[in-house]
Design a protein around this ligand. Structure first.
Ligand SMILES: [Zn+2]
Length: 368
């Protein structure tokens, strides 16, 4: 029995089931790409290498650096390409840096280990907000977020909604799009590459950015789950339908990005100037998730070709009932005082700890 014969069971959030069913009337799942858990040891001989992007061989370019197919910054340590040359890799790094700046504080909050296997620290350009991982008492993986100007935290003790607003580092939206498109083009089967010659040309140069920006609408689903970094590639079922041939999804922590690979030669030849239909697939999973998991969706406009400075927002909820009967603990001594009035305006630091974590408490409250 080959793996193709094993039925693949897919799950989604209950309220998105119909959208998933609709998507799969037009598309089939062609590839599931999960980065390996150990380093690759076998590579083709150096002299046989050809860059899938610029098409140069090992005499015309070099293949010395590890080219991460999915950015290392998104938690992919070991999925590296043997067909991405150093020059293309350097160019793609500039795109990936924009993706990192676009993600802002999220990589720290998610504790995504990047280069040197460390959780990246975040500091907003005005230093108003910082975030880093810290050890706190017995908890190793705590994240501390500090509001240095007193203006970043917005905590509503009635609803329990907490929003953290901060300045992001500036980034170029079309480069964020190109960073995602690059992953899709790295993962697409080699046999499809000739159909994407124009797309690849636009990826590795900047003179078509204005044209490419007309495709730079990326679906972003935000879930309440934390997912291992992986990618899915879907192919349309019927060549005669006016959908783009390939749709790509990148799953990273609680985020799912989706884009279609533009300018497939067959799509262009078949439809001429007619617009393609774009259909978004909600996040899909290969094991059932708890029913109360949530998912929201928006379409990101990444068409801008100039640097943008924007405000990032991180939202979370706490149980407002929990603030009614509080104790205060001195984090340095562990000493506790009971019956402290909760004033959200006084909060300057928020610590995120893994679910289920607990800290030892010394109860110092005076007994009558
Ligand atoms: Zn190259």
């Amino acid at each position: 029995m080959s793996t193709e014969d094993i039925p693949l069971i897919m799950y989604t959030f209950p309220k998105h089931l119909e959208d998933v069913q609709k998507f799969f009337t037009h598309y089939l799942l062609e590839e599931i790409v999960l980065p390996p858990t150990s380093a690759r040891t076998k590579f083709p001989p150096y002299e046989e290498r050809i860059c899938r992007f610029c098409k140069r061989n090992s005499k015309e370019t070099s293949f010395k650096t590890d080219s991460h197919v999915i950015p290392h910054a998104l938690g992919n340590k070991y999925l590296v390409a043997d067909d991405e040359c150093d020059q293309c890799n350097k160019l793609f790094s500039t795109y990936e840096n924009c993706l990192v700046d676009y993600l802002g504080i999220h990589r720290t909050v998610f504790s995504s280990r990047g280069k040197k296997n460390k959780v990246p620290k975040f500091k907003s350009p005005d230093a108003g907000l910082t975030a880093s991982n810290t050890h706190f008492q017995t908890i190793e993986k705590a994240i501390i977020i500090e509001d240095n100007n007193g203006s970043a935290f917005n905590i509503d003790d009635v609803s329990g909604k907490t929003t953290i607003n901060y300045k992001k580092h500036s980034y170029i939206p079309i480069f964020v799009y190109k960073a995602l498109l690059k992953v899709a083009l790295s993962l697409i089967k080699e046999t499809y590459l000739p159909a994407y010659t124009e797309t690849i040309k636009m990826l590795i140069t900047d003179h078509s950015d204005n044209f490419l920006s007309s495709f730079a609408k990326v679906g972003a689903a935000y879930t309440s789950l934390h997912m291992k970094t992986h990618c899915l590639i879907f192919r349309k079922q019927s060549a005669t339908e006016s959908f783009p041939t390939h749709v790509f999804q990148l799953y990273y922590e609680n985020l799912v990005f989706q884009l279609f690979i533009p300018l497939n030669k067959e799509d262009c030849e078949y439809y001429g100037d007619r617009a393609l239909n774009i259909i978004y697939c909600p996040p899909i999973f290969f094991q059932p998730e708890a029913e109360d998991e949530k998912c929201s969706f928006e379409i990101l406009d990444l068409s801008g070709t100039q640097k943008v400075k924007e405000t990032g927002t991180l939202s979370m909820m706490f149980d407002p009932e929990a603030t009614k009967n509080l104790s205060a603990m001195n984090p340095f001594t562990g000493e506790v005082e009971s019956n402290v009035k909760f004033n959200p305006k006084n909060i300057a630091k928020i610590m995120l700890v893994p679910s289920g974590a607990s800290i030892p408490i010394i109860n110092n409250s005076k007994k009558s």
